[in-house]
Design a protein around this ligand. Sequence first.
Ligand code: 13P
Length: 288
Amino acid sequence: MLVSAKEMMKKAKDGKYAAGQFNINNLEWTKAVLLTAEECKSPVILGVSEGAGKYMAGYGTVVGMVNGMLKELKISVPVALHLDHGSYNGALACIEAGFSSVMYDGSHEPIEQNVANTTRLVEICAKKGLSLEAEVGSIGGEEDGVVGMGECADPDECKRIADLGVTMLAAGIGNIHGKYPDNWPGLSFETLQAVKDKVGDDMPLVLHGGTGIPDDMIKKAISLGVAKINVNTECQWAFQKATREYIEAGKDLSGKGFDPRKLLAPGFEAIKATVRGKMELFGSVGKS
Ligand code: 13P
């Protein structure tokens, strides 16, 4: 059964590790993440962007697929199904469809609008026992057409949003989705510390853009209160590389021709290896 991310976040904060959010894009992705979480005895958050939700034939399809896998694959670790960077209406649609957790990303709205929408969602999620992630200071890079600037969040604005009663808070600390540019100055731990000082020790912080952040920075971020780390691009790279190598080796071009079960198997294994590596780095292995 899907669970909200509330307990996961509390345990991760107390235990000084982070739960991984791995974005899913299709059946193979979802199965790879769930099986790896089970093998690692790790809690896990499945992230679904609005674009990925549309691609997978709608939120209802995603809920059906994930619930089906939890049962058929006998997944016993805690799993949250979470909307990633949702709009207000997207969050409502996911709640309606049966997600156990949503992110409302109001970081590109004026702060008053972000506060108003987050306030409404706090109420709705509280009634249904769901977890809610909010964002302040947009994350750089491009996600479903939304381009952030890699801002550092204003700690006072973080406090305003955190005090509304959200479960977890994504604060921009110079992080970027996708590949980091060569001249990237690194995460702003100064900002992270300032945000933590304002929102208090109990608020789990979320680090987006988990691809390509050096391991020592990940560990330092966790030590400063990050309890959830999002990874998407690295799984995409791993999937793409493994699939390309398989095709280039000509293995799928003989015999019966296109067989998705064969063609997608190397990518599936590559995602599993990527997810396992991240769970080890985040310290969530054995924490289910
Ligand atoms: P990456 O694509 O950089 O791993 O970031 C994922 C993310 O933050 C999703 O919200």
